[in-house]
Write a protein that binds this ligand. Sequence first.
Ligand code: NDP
Length: 334
Amino acid sequence: LKNHVNSGLPKESDMEIKEASIQLKIPDGTKDAILLKNLYLSCDPYMRNRLKKLEGSYVASFQVGSPISGYGVAKVVDSTHPGYEKGNLVWGMTGWEEYTLLTAPEILFKIQHTDVPLTYYTGLLGMAGTTAYAGFYEVCSPKKGEYVYVSAASGAVGQLVGQFAKLLGCYVVGSAGSKEKVDLLKNKFGFDAAFNYKEEPDLDAALKRCFPEGIDIYFENVGGKMLDAVLANMRVHGRIAACGMISQYNNEQLDAVHNLMYIVPKRIRMQGFIVSDFYHLYPKYLEMIIPSIKEGKVTYVEDKAEGLESAPAALVGLFTGRNVGKQLVVVSHD
Ligand code: NDP
């Protein structure tokens, strides 16, 4: 990181690529360490918060002058940790660099299934997938036949929430910011309907058209004006899973939400959640998702940026909607 960015759209030039030498062996006497060769890095919207100089956030700020860290897929090249050995493939928290020495691994999972694309562990089989699974099944209390709305629906999390809701037999509508993304929602992910929110400034009218009987479940990825419009279109006993509010991440001042009062007469349950509270469900999620992938019941679209030098633009692109599907960076193919 070159400098912190507290508000506004982050720029590629807020980050820089630096060369440094690294020993490809863990120093003698260093216990419980793992040296990783990074293969794929995941670009995630929550990283916007870490670009800020913040205190008291649920994630720590990145340090100026140090490599950014985030989720990724890597190969163990050396280990003094009893749980890992050379050659293991892992996903979890790593550095935005070619090699990372982890001295106290926090979130790290050994990859057991290698007969699926390894890049999936940056999204579908990693953090975003667990988010969609926990957010939809645990937080939304979904039932067959319910009306489900997903915003930022073509992204890493949204495309999965829509597919999970379809598998359960719900009626699913998604919104996204381009024609290409709307086509994906309808033709690739099987959403019943979709709209481009950038071309429909009257969000209330768009939601009324898509949900003449109202929304039972809103999977919230966007916040701001979208949340306001949704609140007015929820059904009685509706549920809102507050997964993220990306429209607010660059704002200095948060947008006011005017329609919150609807929560009372409509008896809406709105619940925020953080995926790391649900990692105990990861094995259960794998049991469900691996066969679904192999049987072609769930599909996944990825947007791969090639090379570490493309990482800053890939991260910044999340906030302009440049990514189509899960944004990841290929550092090395093996
Ligand atoms: P995406 O792959 O969906 O990428 C971000 C997308 O957000 C962009 O492509 C863009 O799509 C959309 N977007 C960007 N700016 C705006 C804006 N101002 N208004 C509306 N849409 C915007 O990201 P993820 O699927 O990884 O994340 C989706 C949400 O889930 C985020 O809010 C994220 O913070 C949250 N999240 C929360 C987790 C948790 O533990 N609670 C874990 C993981 C993610 P478009 O072209 O459609 O505008």
